[in-house]
Design a protein around this ligand. Sequence first.
Ligand SMILES: Cc1cc2nc3c(=O)[nH]c(=O)nc-3n(C[C@H](O)[C@H](O)[C@H](O)COP(=O)(O)O)c2cc1C
Length: 221
Amino acid sequence: MDVYEAVESRRAVRGFTDQPVSREVIERVLTAAAWSPSGSNIQPWNIYVVTGAPLAELKKRAVERVATGVAWDEREYEMYPPAMKSPYSDRRSAFGKERYSALGVAREDTEARMRAAIANWDCFGAPAALFCYIDRDLGPAQWADLGMYLQTVMLLLRAEGLDSCPQMAWSQVRETVADVVSPAEGQILFCGMSIGYEDTTVPYTRTGRAPLSETVTFVDG
Ligand SMILES: Cc1cc2nc3c(=O)[nH]c(=O)nc-3n(C[C@H](O)[C@H](O)[C@H](O)COP(=O)(O)O)c2cc1C
């Protein structure tokens, strides 16, 4: 698979089969992903891979917790600014509209939206997940390094015939995750990532992108 194909075929998959993902494949992907760039090569990612019984336990605890309406954990970072301006707010609401209409859920139906959202904490059925932590002393430039690393992981997963969904949703129940993975002292959970083989029977709408002219400026002769 060439890089263009990996980039274009990667999407946030929200329906996986229960086909297990071998440890060998995950190790191969994470070994290659370690070649991701980072400022001064500090490699600020701390990854916990969870499968099998510990993942089943984590999903159970997280889903039960969210379904019974237990409050979210106190935030360690803001997922989005409280007042997001255009064009970001427009793109976000376009995404929400697309996602919930694909699921046949009305925007104002909060209960149905919550039911759909709960699938996050079941990893959309995926048999493997990783959790990406960063030291709380590090700053925005190192958080950007995490993004490069995680995208590299997701592209390599494509090369292995695997799919993924990055999930900040896990940060909302970070204490439940911590109970299972026991992160090192002083680390913040950025996100989780579900990993597995796509369940091709689950319908989805491909998300769009802004035209190049909205996000790219060529400054040339
Ligand atoms: C850092 C990050 C966190 C995300 N968190 C979630 C999440 O919690 N749940 C979810 O379903 N999708 C999540 N997504 C997926 C985005 O919604 C998705 O990438 C975006 O809508 C573009 O769609 P595509 O990846 O399918 O092209 C996240 C993506 C990123 C990069």
